[in-house]
Ligand binder design. Structure first.
Ligand code: FDA
Length: 298
């Protein structure tokens, strides 16, 4: 993966020349292309969450620009009348510059979506473990004044059952996923059976005691187990939603909708797609071959 690390580093020559590879996972570079993708998803019975790509911002100006992009996205969602909310990364809001500054940017987005978007919910994506605690601190501070916000929790982290209990206590909406960053074994489980087991335990706690959880996975074994769990515990399909990533397993996406479950698709867009694309490539060997063969056949 070291080769891919270099190739897909943000702003590398490869990143600039090979957007055509990322198109499978990214809904274009502009808000218009993202809204067009959301319209198609809505027509297929799916809702969406829009993510303006970018992370690890180290300058205040860049964070302010990203915040303003979320205002524009919200205007575009409202103007198009699509069923869609937004997801943000706190490192893109300036969390690495200053926690209070990131909180201010986040709360101004929460105010804006509350005023303009019929679905005003804002999801805080979860990033690598060095920022887990700060992300949750900022979430809790924002949640004290704004209820239209909720965090993502990652089942590979050893700490996550405690964070799930805390979110349940707060009544906050959680998206549960496995986790996409390369974490050390001290903080994260590395074996898939353990990650799956913890995923199921956390998801069941959220389904029975939580507030409208987002079950984010393409893992059919988990999806089937949780459908059965919800059915056996009389949890109706309007009490939770499945969530999947744009471009991944579209046939499973259609199947979920045809069975009467809610499904939200995470739709990333923008020019800073390298980090996101890299994570999608890194989590599956087949994608690495797909990326490399695309590069060498160009
Ligand atoms: P798993 O990786 O086991 O995949 C199950 C099957 O799905 C695979 O066999 C394959 O068929 C298909 N699949 C999965 N990934 C694929 C890929 N990249 N390309 C092609 N096929 C693929 N992570 C995080 O750390 N912070 C976050 O905020 C989020 N947010 C988020 C939102 C949503 C809506 C989803 C669905 C996922 C995230 N993630 C995330 C990513 C998540 O942590 C995880 O890395 C991926 O979802 C892959 O894990 P799965 O549970 O899908 O299973």
């Amino acid at each position: 993966m070291a080769v891919l690390d270099k190739m897909f580093a943000p702003d590398s020559l490869f990143s600039r020349r090979f957007f055509f590879l990322a198109k499978r996972f990214v809904a274009g570079e502009t808000i218009d292309s993202a809204i067009a993708a959301v319209r198609q998803l809505n027509a297929a019975g799916m809702t969406a969450t829009l993510d303006f790509l970018g992370e690890d911002v180290l300058e205040r100006d860049a964070a302010i620009k990203t915040r303003d992009a979320y205002f524009k996205m919200t205007d575009a969602i409202a103007a198009a009348g699509v069923q869609c909310n937004v997801s943000v990364k706190l490192t893109a809001m300036g969390m690495l510059v200053d926690e209070n500054f990131a909180l201010e940017n986040l709360t101004s987005i929460l105010d804006y979506t509350q005023a303009k978007n019929p679905d005003p919910f804002v999801r805080i994506d979860m990033e690598g473990s060095p920022v887990t605690q700060t992300t949750l601190n900022i979430f809790e501070r924002a949640y004290a004044t704004h209820k239209n916000v909720g965090p993502v929790l990652q089942s590979y982290l050893r700490r996550t059952p405690r964070d799930v209990e805390r979110a349940i206590e707060l009544g906050a909406r959680v998206r549960i996923c496995k986790g996409a960053y390369n974490e050390p074994p001290e903080v994260a489980y590395k074996e898939m059976p353990q990650i799956r087991k913890q995923y199921l335990e956390c998801a069941k706690a959220l389904l029975t005691r939580g507030n409208y959880p987002g079950i984010a996975t393409h893992d059919v074994e988990i999806i089937e187990a949780l459908k059965a769990f919800a059915h056996n515990n009389e949890i109706s399909p309007d009490k939770f939603e499945f969530q999947m990533l744009y471009g991944i397993r579209p046939s499973v996406q259609r199947q979920i909708v045809s069975e009467g479950y809610r499904l939200r698709i995470y739709v990333p867009f923008g020019t800073h797609w390298a980090g996101y694309f890299y994570r999608r490539v890194a989590e599956r060997k087949e994608n690495a071959f797909f990326a490399l063969s695309g590069i060498f056949s160009k």
